[in-house]
Design a protein around this ligand. Structure first.
Ligand SMILES: Cc1cc2nc3c(=O)[nH]c(=O)nc-3n(C[C@H](O)[C@H](O)[C@H](O)COP(=O)(O)OP(=O)(O)OC[C@H]3O[C@@H](n4cnc5c(N)ncnc54)[C@H](O)[C@@H]3O)c2cc1C
Length: 453
């Protein structure tokens, strides 16, 4: 998610953040069934993640009565801030990327007045299979190799070719590790599955570094949800889409009608066919859903009684088992307790998710003990872990450009194109910043503009 290897000349994204309009809520708070209200046009939004909330806010600002249907019993979708210990732990998105062009920075810093905590990618230690830290020269050499390899892919890579094909058949251990830590972890997918044009052809460069939000990303979600009529626990199972309006049916049998609909369920949910479209989605949209990939990045957060690691922000675990807990980040500055967050991605993450919780924790501790053999690493005081690939309302972490005949940007464009009374939105429909929070947010706002046009 950090695009350390991005070698493009990214363009600045439109960072305009429009002001909120007044809310038109139905006085009785009733369901949206029964057609448009007397006082103005009516819209439905499916999903209360960033895309859905951004879309709802824009429609409300334009005078629409909006109802948001959300399957979970919480807001935020793939922003999931857990506060069960009293402090915020991010189990979904963590970093605001590309601070120079990220419209969420304005919301967080200037509107919510919440501080950002920038993180430094260069503050890292990589511990090799022999237990020895990589030297600075070794790191620089590997980084230079990766930058050159990605530049070649940017110049020559095609959508219908796996990225792996553009790389040397024989990779050194260091090269293989960097590809896992910097490319597979970023996209949530194996090199064989990623399209070779990914480094140049999917999204814009993220300019301006990354930062965490110590107060918790749920504060941003709550801000965007203010004044929006959101119905939790409403899992949509069918959408009837006509030129003059939509009818939405939930798994519980409730029916909602509106003139317009923005559907922001994740790509993974669309791929599973969890929502039946009547008439079926046009062929080009169906192809976009089938060809784009849904990647997996899973996290574990471990709080310890005391620190046993050094001052670096990033601990990179180049173990004999490639990709296993390949990266750790020190969360101590964020939550004020000795804590580490570890990551698995792609097939490594999918395999790990099949283990029991205890098995996952044991695996993570085993790798930390490998990295710090001198330390006595006891059982963690608190543990959080995720299985995003199995989440029934996401089926993955974020989209990526998978190998196929059509370049990802064209697929994402097609996904977001208006079809009768409906627009699909969300990070997968963002051509500028796919797989990110700002991509979801901007996609939601763009969807609203399409519905208003
Ligand atoms: C582990 C992880 C790490 C990440 N790290 C970062 C990061 O550091 N920085 C970053 O910018 N991005 C990161 N991302 C990506 C970011 O979280 C997403 O791009 C963004 O939050 C997606 O927003 P969205 O509105 O498109 O989708 P979502 O947030 O998924 O919202 C869609 C909503 O639809 C709901 N829904 C699903 N099915 C139904 C249904 N049938 N009926 C009704 N509702 C339904 C879901 O419950 C959900 O609330 C990360 C994601 C994950 C999982």
């Amino acid at each position: 998610m950090r695009r350390r290897w991005f070698v493009g000349q990214g363009l600045a994204a439109s960072a305009a953040v429009l002001g909120w309009g007044h809310l038109r809520s139905r006085p009785d708070g009733s369901s949206a069934a029964g057609g448009p209200p007397a006082d103005g046009p009516q819209s439905l939004v499916i999903g209360a993640g960033l895309a859905g909330l951004a879309c709802a806010q824009r429609l409300i600002a334009a005078g629409h009565a909006v109802v948001v249907l959300e399957a979970r019993q919480r807001l935020g979708g793939r922003i999931w801030t857990d506060r069960r210990q009293g402090w915020p732990i991010e189990l979904g998105a963590s970093w605001l990327h590309g601070l120079e062009t990220n419209p969420l920075v304005d919301l967080v810093e200037r509107q919510l007045k919440l501080p950002l905590l920038p993180t430094d990618d260069s503050s890292r230690i990589t511990i090799g299979p022999d237990g020895q830290p990589w030297t600075a020269g070794r790191s620089e050499g590997a980084d230079a190799w990766l930058a050159a390899a990605m530049a070649r892919a940017q110049a020559d890579g095609r959508a219908d070719q796996p990225l792996r094909q553009l790389l040397p058949a024989q990779l050194s251990g260091d090269q293989r590790f960097l590809l896992i830590a910097d490319v597979e972890h970023e996209l949530g997918a194996d090199l064989d599955a990623i399209a070779a044009d990914a480094p140049g052809g999917d999204g814009q460069e993220l300019l301006g570094g990354d930062a965490l939000v110590p107060a918790g990303l749920d504060r941003l979600v709550a801000h965007l949800a203010q004044g929006v009529d959101i119905r939790l626990g409403q899992q949509v199972s069918q959408i009837n889409n006509r030129a003059d309006g939509v009818t939405v049916t939930t798994a519980g049998g409730q029916v909602f009608q509106a003139q317009r609909l923005c559907c922001t369920v994740p790509l993974g949910v669309l791929q599973r066919g969890a929502i039946r479209f009547d008439p079926p989605l046009p062929a080009a949209k169906a192809q976009a859903i089938a060809q784009l990939g849904m990647g997996v990045l899973d996290k574990i957060v471990l709080v310890f009684g005391e620190r046993f690691w050094g001052p670096q922000t990033w601990i990179r675990n180049d173990s004999a088992e490639p990709g296993l807990w390949a990266e750790w980040v020190d969360l101590t500055p964020l939550i004020g307790r000795p804590a580490l967050m570890g990551f698995n991605a792609a097939s490594q993450a999918r395999q790990m998710a099949r283990r029991s919780d205890d098995g996952i924790v044991a695996s993570a501790l085993g790798q930390l003990r490998r990295c710090y053999p001198q330390a006595t690493i006891g059982a963690p005081l608190q543990v959080w872990l995720t299985r995003w690939g199995d989440d029934p309302f996401a089926f993955g972490s974020y989209s990526y450009p998978a190998v196929g005949p059509v370049p990802a940007t064209a697929l994402r464009q097609e996904l977001g194109r208006r079809w009768q009374s409906l627009v699909l939105a969300g990070e997968a429909a963002s051509t500028a910043f796919p797989a990110t929070m700002q991509g979801a947010y901007l996609s939601g706002r763009e969807a609203a503009e399409r519905l208003l046009a």
